[in-house]
Write a protein that binds this ligand. Structure first.
Ligand code: ATP
Ligand code: MG
Length: 424
């Protein structure tokens, strides 16, 4: 017998029973983003590999180990996108969007060949937000406040905000030398990846997940001590704004981000409720990236949220989605079954937003009624030969102890509008 084909390891089906959690997150996010004036952009899932090499950086986990890259039939090297910022920048340059400030967002699947575990998958989803052409701390603050509002609306009250600043290029270069000197004095205790990065990308060593390296990093000099006037003011303004808004945060001088392109502000929102994979939203300023990808120098700030992690948190809060349907139409007997589709259409016309499931496939009253109950519907609408002859529906509430009654189609439409209409 042939083996069943299964989904690829680390890539998951999202089943109907979970979809309401996704919708809630997606809908709330979309509302908040549009309330702040952000516009959605959709880019392809596949890009030329060079886009990610040039933006994320050659010496990063993503580019070195995690990309799904392949040659297409032309021999071009393409990759499934591991994140959304590079594509967003590429598209913004390509379509001339950057002649004025832009506030954009996107959502969709990302692909990274990582070791699958709770909160870490090979296909996962992000909702990302990017702003272009705005250099000041006000936009950094706007986006931090936006995320805080989103968590409030979603009922996440235990997220912790960590922020840091990576300074500007000159400041980072000066710091880099100091860091290399410090780490070089501890080479005997660095993990292999960190050793390799010591001279190519020493800041990434700060981000190492290796416990022994983390111990060394804990004593390392920090960039905070190398900040110039402008970088310091930028950072202070953000801190003041967060204080004024009453949003708690911690300055974490070891916070660098996994990608090369950040400068100045970086941040992460973290929860304790997901085990090791606690970062639910992360990002920062990346003023150099647009130019690096061939555009005009354009300051930028953005972040991405991990949708699976947020969805799991929503499920942990015991969020109960409302039932998927309002009413289930039971039609028993030949004539009733033939009349049912037309009558259902009339109800749908009359009651905008009505979620009406019509029974298909015939069967006895008892078996249909069982299905009505299982559907989660609030009401069963019953159409037998007798009801049909008299031009009425039996209407039976399924979730409360109430008598069945009979309503003609107009009265039924009025009743349904009142009870479950969602406006037109
Ligand atoms: P980590 O340090 O956890 O690997 P990262 O720095 O690689 O995270 P980003 O590239 O900044 O993460 O992505 C932003 C967010 O997307 C993360 O904070 C996380 O919530 C989510 N995310 C990243 N990689 C994965 C993954 N493999 N599976 C599920 N969610 C992910
Ligand atoms: Mg990662």
């Amino acid at each position: 017998m042939s083996k069943h084909i299964q989904a690829i390891r680390g890539m998951h089906d999202i089943l109907p029973e979970r979809i309401a959690l996704w919708h809630r997150l997606e809908d709330t996010t979309r509302q908040v983003l549009s309330a702040y004036g952000y516009a959605e952009i959709r880019t392809p899932l596949v890009e030329v590999t060079d886009l990610f090499k040039r933006s994320i950086g050659e010496v990063t986990d993503i580019v070195e180990k995690e990309m799904y890259s392949f040659e297409d039939r032309n021999g071009d090297s393409l990759s499934l996108r591991p994140e959304g910022t590079a594509s967003c920048v590429r598209a913004a340059i390509e379509h001339g969007l950057l002649v004025q400030p832009q506030r954009l967002w996107y959502r969709g699947p990302m692909f990274r060949y990582e070791r699958p575990q709770r909160g870490r998958y090979r296909q996962f989803h992000q909702i990302g937000v990017e702003s272009f052409g705005l250099a000041g701390p006000d936009i950094d603050l706007e986006l931090l406040l936006l995320t805080a509002r989103l968590w409030r609306l979603l009922g996440f009250d235990d997220f912790r905000l960590e922020i840091n600043t990576l300074g500007d290029n000159a400041e980072r270069l000066a710091y880099r030398e100091q860091l290399i000197a410090y780490l070089s004095a501890h080479v005997d205790r660095l993990d292999a990846d960190s050793l390799k990065r010591l001279h190519t990308n020493p800041l990434r060593v700060l981000d190492s997940k290796n416990p022994q390296t983390q111990q060394i990093v804990a004593e390392a000099p920090t960039l905070m001590d190398h900040l110039g006037e402008e970088s310091r003011t930028h950072f202070d303004r953000i801190r003041e704004g967060l204080d004024e808004a009453g949003i708690a945060y911690r300055v974490n001088p070891r916070l660098v981000r996994g990608l090369d392109y950040y400068n100045r502000t970086v941040f992460e929102w973290i929860t304790e409720n997901l085990g090791a994979q606690g970062t639910v939203c992360a990002g920062g300023r990346y003023d150099g990236l647009v130019e690096q990808l061939g555009g005009r120098p354009t300051p930028a700030f953005g972040f991405a949220m991990g949708v699976e992690r947020l969805v799991e948190l929503t499920s942990l809060t015991g969020y109960q989605a409302e039932a998927a349907v309002d009413a289930y139409l039971v039609a028993v007997g030949d004539a009733a079954q033939r009349a049912a589709p037309g009558l259902a259409e009339r109800l749908r016309d009359a009651v905008p937003g009505l979620r009406l499931l019509t029974h298909c496939g015939g069967g006895s009253f008892k078996s249909q009624f069982k299905k009505a109950d299982k559907s989660g519907a609030d009401l069963a609408l019953i159409l037998g030969e007798e009801e049909l002859a008299r031009g009425v529906f039996g209407v039976k509430p399924l979730r409360e102890d109430a008598e069945q009654r009979e309503l003609g189609i107009e009265a039924l439409a009025a009743f349904l509008s009142e009870r479950c209409g969602r406006g037109g």
